[in-house]
Design a protein around this ligand. Structure first.
Ligand code: ZN
Length: 77
């Protein structure tokens, strides 16, 4: 399944940070990726440093890709 994610702007607020699922991305891209557990579904996913200009306060939280997509859809993006 290929999904195109639009680049996020630094002015955007809310929404969930997407953590790539380990089952989709078995190997971390580099040593900055940390294996964490999705707080919603409990599956293993990768936590990554935020890009320049972004802070965690800009987001509603962090969830695995699937949970984040569901939550973002439910909240209208
Ligand atoms: Zn999840």
């Amino acid at each position: 399944m290929n999904m195109r994610i639009e680049p996020r702007k630094t002015t955007d607020r809310g929404g969930y940070l997407m953590l790539p699922l380990k089952k989709n991305v078995p190997q971390p891209k580099d040593e900055t990726w940390a294996l964490v557990i999705c707080p919603k579904c409990g599956c293993e996913c990768w936590d990554r440093p935020l890009p320049e200009g972004f802070t965690e306060e800009m987001f509603s939280g962090k969830l695995c890709t699937m949970c984040a997509l569901k939550e973002n859809l439910r909240n209208g993006g």
